[in-house]
Design a protein around this ligand. Structure first.
Ligand code: HEC
Length: 198
Protein backbone atom coordinates (compact mmCIF):
# COMPACT_ATOMS: atom_id res chain seq x y z
CA UNK A 1 0.00 0.00 0.00
CA UNK A 2 2.68 2.45 1.17
CA UNK A 3 4.93 1.67 -1.75
CA UNK A 4 2.02 1.98 -4.22
CA UNK A 5 1.41 5.55 -3.04
CA UNK A 6 5.13 6.34 -3.30
CA UNK A 7 5.27 4.86 -6.77
CA UNK A 8 2.26 6.87 -7.83
CA UNK A 9 3.85 10.05 -6.44
CA UNK A 10 7.03 9.28 -8.37
CA UNK A 11 5.05 8.76 -11.58
CA UNK A 12 3.24 12.11 -11.13
CA UNK A 13 6.56 13.91 -10.54
CA UNK A 14 7.96 12.33 -13.73
CA UNK A 15 4.98 13.53 -15.78
CA UNK A 16 5.28 17.07 -14.33
CA UNK A 17 9.02 17.22 -15.09
CA UNK A 18 8.36 15.89 -18.59
CA UNK A 19 5.80 18.67 -19.21
CA UNK A 20 8.28 21.32 -18.06
CA UNK A 21 10.97 19.85 -20.28
CA UNK A 22 8.60 19.94 -23.26
CA UNK A 23 7.87 23.63 -22.54
CA UNK A 24 11.63 24.26 -22.63
CA UNK A 25 11.73 25.18 -18.95
CA UNK A 26 14.08 23.49 -16.52
CA UNK A 27 12.78 22.80 -13.01
CA UNK A 28 13.19 25.86 -10.76
CA UNK A 29 13.83 28.17 -13.72
CA UNK A 30 11.61 31.18 -14.47
CA UNK A 31 10.63 31.38 -18.17
CA UNK A 32 12.34 34.25 -20.04
CA UNK A 33 10.35 37.44 -20.68
CA UNK A 34 11.98 37.58 -24.15
CA UNK A 35 11.67 35.33 -27.19
CA UNK A 36 14.86 33.71 -28.57
CA UNK A 37 15.09 36.52 -31.18
CA UNK A 38 14.91 39.34 -28.63
CA UNK A 39 11.24 40.29 -28.77
CA UNK A 40 9.26 40.93 -25.59
CA UNK A 41 6.69 38.26 -24.79
CA UNK A 42 3.26 39.84 -24.25
CA UNK A 43 2.48 38.99 -20.61
CA UNK A 44 -0.50 36.62 -20.85
CA UNK A 45 -2.33 37.80 -17.72
CA UNK A 46 -1.47 41.51 -17.66
CA UNK A 47 -5.13 42.47 -17.30
CA UNK A 48 -5.02 40.73 -13.92
CA UNK A 49 -2.04 42.91 -12.92
CA UNK A 50 -2.15 46.13 -10.89
CA UNK A 51 -3.47 49.16 -12.79
CA UNK A 52 -1.16 51.86 -11.34
CA UNK A 53 -2.71 54.75 -13.21
CA UNK A 54 -4.98 55.85 -16.04
CA UNK A 55 -4.36 59.10 -17.89
CA UNK A 56 -6.83 60.96 -20.05
CA UNK A 57 -5.37 62.69 -23.09
CA UNK A 58 -1.82 61.62 -22.11
CA UNK A 59 -0.95 59.61 -25.25
CA UNK A 60 1.48 60.96 -27.86
CA UNK A 61 2.58 60.36 -31.43
CA UNK A 62 0.80 58.03 -33.88
CA UNK A 63 -1.25 56.32 -31.14
CA UNK A 64 -2.71 59.71 -30.17
CA UNK A 65 -3.65 60.43 -33.77
CA UNK A 66 -5.15 56.97 -34.21
CA UNK A 67 -7.37 57.50 -31.15
CA UNK A 68 -9.45 60.04 -33.09
CA UNK A 69 -11.12 63.25 -32.01
CA UNK A 70 -11.51 62.50 -28.30
CA UNK A 71 -8.58 62.36 -25.83
CA UNK A 72 -7.68 58.66 -25.30
CA UNK A 73 -7.22 56.84 -21.99
CA UNK A 74 -3.83 55.33 -21.09
CA UNK A 75 -3.99 52.39 -18.65
CA UNK A 76 -0.69 51.32 -17.08
CA UNK A 77 -0.22 47.80 -15.64
CA UNK A 78 2.60 46.16 -13.62
CA UNK A 79 2.78 42.68 -12.12
CA UNK A 80 1.82 42.25 -8.44
CA UNK A 81 5.43 41.24 -7.61
CA UNK A 82 6.86 44.44 -9.16
CA UNK A 83 4.17 46.50 -7.45
CA UNK A 84 5.11 45.05 -4.05
CA UNK A 85 8.81 45.67 -4.83
CA UNK A 86 8.03 49.34 -5.49
CA UNK A 87 6.03 49.66 -2.26
CA UNK A 88 9.02 48.31 -0.33
CA UNK A 89 11.84 50.34 -1.93
CA UNK A 90 10.38 53.14 -4.07
CA UNK A 91 12.23 51.85 -7.15
CA UNK A 92 11.33 49.13 -9.67
CA UNK A 93 12.77 45.59 -9.42
CA UNK A 94 14.91 44.42 -12.38
CA UNK A 95 12.90 42.94 -15.27
CA UNK A 96 9.75 44.87 -14.39
CA UNK A 97 7.49 44.98 -17.45
CA UNK A 98 5.12 47.95 -17.85
CA UNK A 99 2.16 47.47 -20.18
CA UNK A 100 0.42 50.58 -21.53
CA UNK A 101 -3.01 50.08 -23.06
CA UNK A 102 -4.29 53.02 -25.07
CA UNK A 103 -8.09 53.10 -25.45
CA UNK A 104 -10.43 55.47 -27.23
CA UNK A 105 -12.59 57.64 -24.99
CA UNK A 106 -16.25 57.69 -25.88
CA UNK A 107 -18.42 60.60 -24.79
CA UNK A 108 -21.69 59.96 -22.98
CA UNK A 109 -24.23 62.65 -22.49
CA UNK A 110 -26.96 60.87 -20.59
CA UNK A 111 -29.29 62.58 -18.19
CA UNK A 112 -27.68 62.74 -14.77
CA UNK A 113 -24.17 61.98 -16.12
CA UNK A 114 -23.55 65.25 -17.92
CA UNK A 115 -20.39 65.29 -20.00
CA UNK A 116 -18.92 61.86 -19.20
CA UNK A 117 -16.42 59.63 -21.04
CA UNK A 118 -15.95 55.87 -20.83
CA UNK A 119 -13.20 53.62 -22.21
CA UNK A 120 -13.85 52.37 -25.75
CA UNK A 121 -11.87 50.22 -28.20
CA UNK A 122 -8.20 49.41 -27.85
CA UNK A 123 -5.96 51.62 -30.01
CA UNK A 124 -2.50 50.23 -29.20
CA UNK A 125 -0.46 48.30 -26.63
CA UNK A 126 3.05 49.49 -25.78
CA UNK A 127 5.55 48.26 -23.21
CA UNK A 128 8.68 49.21 -21.35
CA UNK A 129 11.14 46.98 -19.45
CA UNK A 130 13.71 47.77 -16.78
CA UNK A 131 16.65 45.46 -17.48
CA UNK A 132 20.09 46.85 -16.66
CA UNK A 133 21.88 43.72 -17.82
CA UNK A 134 20.30 43.88 -21.28
CA UNK A 135 19.81 47.51 -22.35
CA UNK A 136 22.61 50.08 -22.60
CA UNK A 137 20.68 52.71 -20.64
CA UNK A 138 18.86 50.14 -18.52
CA UNK A 139 15.44 50.44 -20.20
CA UNK A 140 13.88 49.08 -23.40
CA UNK A 141 10.65 50.13 -25.18
CA UNK A 142 8.52 47.75 -27.22
CA UNK A 143 5.40 47.68 -29.38
CA UNK A 144 3.02 44.82 -28.55
CA UNK A 145 0.74 44.39 -31.59
CA UNK A 146 -2.78 43.34 -30.59
CA UNK A 147 -2.83 40.21 -32.75
CA UNK A 148 0.66 38.93 -31.77
CA UNK A 149 2.07 37.13 -28.74
CA UNK A 150 5.27 39.20 -28.71
CA UNK A 151 6.60 42.51 -30.04
CA UNK A 152 9.86 44.00 -31.30
CA UNK A 153 12.03 46.52 -29.48
CA UNK A 154 11.64 50.14 -30.62
CA UNK A 155 15.01 51.57 -31.81
CA UNK A 156 16.84 53.56 -29.13
CA UNK A 157 16.76 56.67 -31.33
CA UNK A 158 12.93 56.87 -30.97
CA UNK A 159 11.37 59.68 -28.93
CA UNK A 160 10.17 57.23 -26.22
CA UNK A 161 13.65 56.99 -24.72
CA UNK A 162 14.45 60.72 -24.49
CA UNK A 163 11.04 61.86 -23.25
CA UNK A 164 10.95 59.25 -20.48
CA UNK A 165 14.59 59.74 -19.42
CA UNK A 166 14.14 63.53 -19.17
CA UNK A 167 10.63 63.99 -17.81
CA UNK A 168 9.75 60.95 -15.67
CA UNK A 169 9.76 61.36 -11.87
CA UNK A 170 11.03 57.93 -10.77
CA UNK A 171 13.72 56.20 -12.81
CA UNK A 172 12.24 56.10 -16.32
CA UNK A 173 8.59 56.06 -15.27
CA UNK A 174 5.93 58.75 -14.94
CA UNK A 175 5.13 58.07 -11.28
CA UNK A 176 4.13 61.75 -10.90
CA UNK A 177 0.90 60.73 -12.66
CA UNK A 178 0.23 57.52 -10.65
CA UNK A 179 -1.72 58.46 -7.52
CA UNK A 180 -0.74 55.79 -4.95
CA UNK A 181 2.88 55.33 -6.09
CA UNK A 182 3.55 59.06 -6.16
CA UNK A 183 3.21 59.19 -2.35
CA UNK A 184 5.18 55.93 -1.93
CA UNK A 185 8.11 57.37 -3.93
CA UNK A 186 8.06 60.60 -1.92
CA UNK A 187 8.25 58.59 1.32
CA UNK A 188 11.25 56.65 -0.03
CA UNK A 189 12.83 59.88 -1.38
CA UNK A 190 13.15 58.42 -4.86
CA UNK A 191 10.85 61.03 -6.41
CA UNK A 192 12.59 63.56 -8.71
CA UNK A 193 11.00 66.98 -8.86
CA UNK A 194 10.20 67.20 -12.54
CA UNK A 195 7.84 69.49 -14.37
CA UNK A 196 4.35 68.07 -15.00
CA UNK A 197 4.26 69.97 -18.30
CA UNK A 198 6.76 69.24 -21.07
C1 HEC B 1 6.47 63.33 -25.02
C2 HEC B 1 6.77 62.39 -23.97
C3 HEC B 1 6.58 60.90 -24.20
C4 HEC B 1 6.97 60.15 -25.30
C5 HEC B 1 7.61 60.61 -26.58
C6 HEC B 1 6.63 58.77 -24.95
N1 HEC B 1 6.06 58.69 -23.71
FE1 HEC B 1 5.48 57.00 -22.75
N2 HEC B 1 4.68 58.10 -21.26
C7 HEC B 1 4.62 59.49 -21.24
C8 HEC B 1 3.74 59.91 -20.16
C9 HEC B 1 3.39 61.35 -19.80
C10 HEC B 1 3.28 58.74 -19.55
C11 HEC B 1 2.27 58.64 -18.39
C12 HEC B 1 0.93 58.21 -19.02
C13 HEC B 1 -0.27 58.39 -18.13
O1 HEC B 1 -0.17 58.98 -17.06
O2 HEC B 1 -1.33 57.95 -18.53
C14 HEC B 1 3.92 57.62 -20.24
C15 HEC B 1 3.79 56.29 -19.85
C16 HEC B 1 4.32 55.24 -20.55
C17 HEC B 1 4.32 53.86 -20.09
C18 HEC B 1 3.88 53.39 -18.70
C19 HEC B 1 5.10 53.31 -17.75
C20 HEC B 1 5.78 54.63 -17.44
O3 HEC B 1 6.91 54.83 -17.93
O4 HEC B 1 5.24 55.48 -16.70
C21 HEC B 1 4.83 53.11 -21.10
C22 HEC B 1 5.01 51.60 -21.13
C23 HEC B 1 5.17 54.01 -22.18
N3 HEC B 1 4.88 55.31 -21.81
C24 HEC B 1 5.68 53.62 -23.40
C25 HEC B 1 6.09 54.52 -24.40
C26 HEC B 1 6.58 54.13 -25.70
C27 HEC B 1 6.71 52.70 -26.20
C28 HEC B 1 6.91 55.27 -26.38
C29 HEC B 1 7.47 55.43 -27.77
C30 HEC B 1 6.72 54.81 -28.83
C31 HEC B 1 6.62 56.38 -25.47
N4 HEC B 1 6.13 55.89 -24.30
C32 HEC B 1 6.86 57.70 -25.80
C33 HEC B 1 5.33 60.34 -22.04
C34 HEC B 1 5.95 59.98 -23.22
Amino acid sequence: MFSTIRLRGFAIACVALGALALAGVRAGEVPSIYTHDGQLVKPAAYREWVNIGTGLGMAYGPAREKAGAHPPFTNVYVSPASYRGFLERGVWPEQTVFVLEIRRSVPVNAAGVGNGHYQGDLVAIEAEVKDSARFEKGWGFFNLPQDRESGAQIPTTASCYACHATNAAVENTFVQFYPVLRDVAKQHRTFKDVATTF
